[in-house]
Design a protein around this ligand. Structure first.
Ligand code: AQP
Length: 329
């Protein structure tokens, strides 16, 4: 049985892109796999933020993990900085990666583009992400489409290290991408992905948004002017995005939706989508409010960190031995 590992950065409000691209798969996988889900707070500090904001976000993401249906009896849920081996293996893999391959990462290029000075962590974070995954002998990594390049890098690093230091060092993982929802686009600019850190709050729908905010964001979503409800990413990115979101929430195929809305206006599609999203998020919001400030949440995270740490330490023994690190007689 392959182990599953994935994480989400506590960098703001989790949105429906994170949910449809990643979280939904996390829940589906836990019945058949041994799953580990992490709140990757070391990644969140690649772009500096205040301590209050970060600790608030960590607990918000943890509560959302449980609210969407991750069951701590089945899966390990923990905060990355509670298991020091992530940073340790992160350094080892930074040393196994090259500046050439890290500078080819599109996320790095995008995130560093508008900055005058670029934090080093933003550059090296794919090596830390590889460490997060490889630390747990992971076989499957459920993520959104935007992470494909980082998963490929993780595989390259694992193969490179195995070739040099021993085939037993790492398991080479595979990415797992959803068919629909793998890449949810911004509602304002449907050619760029929906993102937590987009300055325009109407570009996204966060899982805790009120029905009024959801309605506003969807009704004003950017579309085109030809009035035809058809999936065509190239020429109709806005409508295609709305159809994908609709499909991912309801399980209806895009083709079925095109038929259902044949001849209808964009307003009708948008109104129905508001209803679909509001209804889908209501039970998540209810569970979130129950658990967010509970002692139980803290207990689950502490217990998760202990269990994750035990697995991570075993991997580190093997990695250090293969690399020749530490004291040895
Ligand atoms: N728009 C998206 N569509 C589908 N999946 C997405 N994911 C992110 N955005 C979309 C998936 O969500 C998981 C967690 O992402 P993350 O928080 O680790 O980092 P990110 O990809 O950088 O997400 P954001 O929302 O864009 O955050 P910021 O703005 O902070 O960078 C991943 O599996 C990702 O694929």
């Amino acid at each position: 049985m392959s182990r599953v590992f994935s994480g989400i950065q506590p960098t703001g409000n989790i949105h429906i892109g994170n949910y449809l691209g990643a979280l939904k798969q996390f829940v589906d996988l836990q019945d058949e796999h041994d799953c580990i889900y992490c709140i990757v707070d070391h990644h969140a500090i690649t772009v500096p933020k205040s301590a209050e904001e970060l600790s608030e976000s960590i607990m918000n993401v943890a509560a959302l993990y449980l609210a969407v249906g991750i069951d701590p009896k089945k899966s390990i849920v923990f905060v990355q900085s509670d298991v020091p081996a992530h940073a340790e293996l992160g350094w080892i893999l930074t040393c196994s990666s090259t500046t050439g391959e890290l500078s080819r990462m599109t996320q790095f290029k995008q995130k560093s583009k508008e900055r005058e000075s670029v934090p080093t962590g933003l550059f090296t974070y794919p090596a830390l992400m590889a460490a997060d995954i490889l630390l747990y002998d992971t076989g499957i990594v459920p993520v959104g489409d935007d992470q494909k390049q980082h998963i490929e890098l993780t595989r390259d690093l694992a193969l490179r290290v195995n070739g040099k230091y021993g085939e037993d060092t790492f398991i080479v993982p595979e990415g797992r991408y959803m068919k629909s929802g793998a890449r949810v686009m911004s509602l304002v600019d449907p050619t760029s992905k929906m993102s937590k850190s987009d300055e325009n709050e109407f570009s996204r729908i966060s899982l805790m948004d009120t029905p009024a905010k959801i309605k506003k964001a969807i009704m004003r979503a950017t579309t085109d002017s030809d009035g035809i409800i058809k999936y065509d990413i190239e020429n109709k990115p806005g409508i295609s995005n709305l159809l994908s979101i609709y499909s991912a929430f309801t399980g209806k195929t895009v083709e079925a939706l095109e038929q259902q809305y044949d001849g209808a206006g964009y307003g009708t599609l948008k109104k129905d989508l508001v209803e679909v999203v509001v209804e889908s998020l209501a039970p998540i919001q209810e569970k979130y409010n129950e658990i967010r400030h509970s002692e139980e949440l803290v207990k689950i995270l502490k217990d998760g960190a202990e269990r994750a740490d035990a697995i991570a330490q075993e991997t580190m023994k093997r990695v250090k031995k293969n690399f020749g690190l530490g004291i040895r007689l």
